[in-house]
Design a protein around this ligand. Sequence first.
Ligand code: ZN
Ligand code: ZN
Ligand code: ZN
Length: 385
Amino acid sequence: MAGFVVRSTNGKKGKALFATKQYNEGDVILEEDPLVSCQFAWNAAYRYMACDHCMRPLETPEQNVRRLAAKPDIVLPHANNFEADLMNVASCNQCGILYCCEGCRDQALVSYHRSLCYDQTDARHPIHILLEAWKQMHYPPETTSVMLLVRILAYIKQHPDPTVAAATVKQFCHRTVNEDAELVHKLLGEQFSDQLNTLRELTASVISGDSIQEFLTPEGYCALMALVGTNGQGIGTSPLAQWVNSVSQLAMSDDERQQMDLFIDKLYKDVENESGQFLNTEGSGLFQLQSACNHSCGPNAESSFPYGNHRIQLKAVKTIMPGEEICISYLDECSLQRSRHSRQKELAENYLFVCWCERCTSESSQPDITSEEDMSDDEFDDEDD
Ligand SMILES: [Zn+2]
Ligand SMILES: [Zn+2]
Ligand SMILES: [Zn+2]
């Protein structure tokens, strides 16, 4: 039995996750696969080869680091067992797109790929045209993909009961028409209303039908775009990181460990020189339970992708008592260190809510400016005004 419940709240998200039993630090609270997920468009264009369904990288750690560092001679020790992971690679019989295994291929086909299978070399295909248009609007660092939206539509269309599938998707929408527009504005920038219209027309030429018509109207499409923009959970996988993790668990002498750490540092330097910060296979997915998890600036849980694919895991980072809300941080470690004022500002800008979590409340007497960094932010604001 699960140790948590999803409850409706009148907060911004409309939902929240509450513990029904005690969790200790390190306990797994939940694991789930997304409803749909998708690799980012530029990430795929830069040859981050991954399973088209679960985003498991289709490279061994050694192939991965050789490509990222542009050094074909790098040899990784203790890396033999990773080759077995690539023995089961399968492809779609029609379009040839790659999957890590037959299971992923079959699941993709049943849930959305049948509607989206096309000859990848056909530059005039509507999916190709939509993707190219998207790539011109949304450059790295990527935060979402129009293909996630298209997969949601295909998921509804292919579902045995499209009404049920549409209702599942609509559970993610809690916003007003104006708030949706504001979010999409944030996502696409100044040109957003023209761009949104272009994307909507191109999407409608990729997929249509009675069961998804409501999502292809201007309002419906805007709501769907806002949904993927805010509920889309970032997913990152890296064969190199998996190898580093596996090596860190090997038994070795202090001397060997020191040598290994130096070797790993050097690898990351080589990679950074050639590929910058652009190291992971990246994408996003729509998770039903995980998306109910609200933000706190003092989170009691965190999520990760321990299996090297799109399966998410939520773990307690401190003791959580029955009845307590389970929260993660939407802000990264660095932003989390900043003052209440800066955190609230970032959350308001990116997620459209003012955070009054326990930590923010207890820091309410803090002045609205605390660090030099914050002061320069505020000077910018003043100049804008
Ligand atoms: Zn897979
Ligand atoms: Zn196919
Ligand atoms: Zn807060």
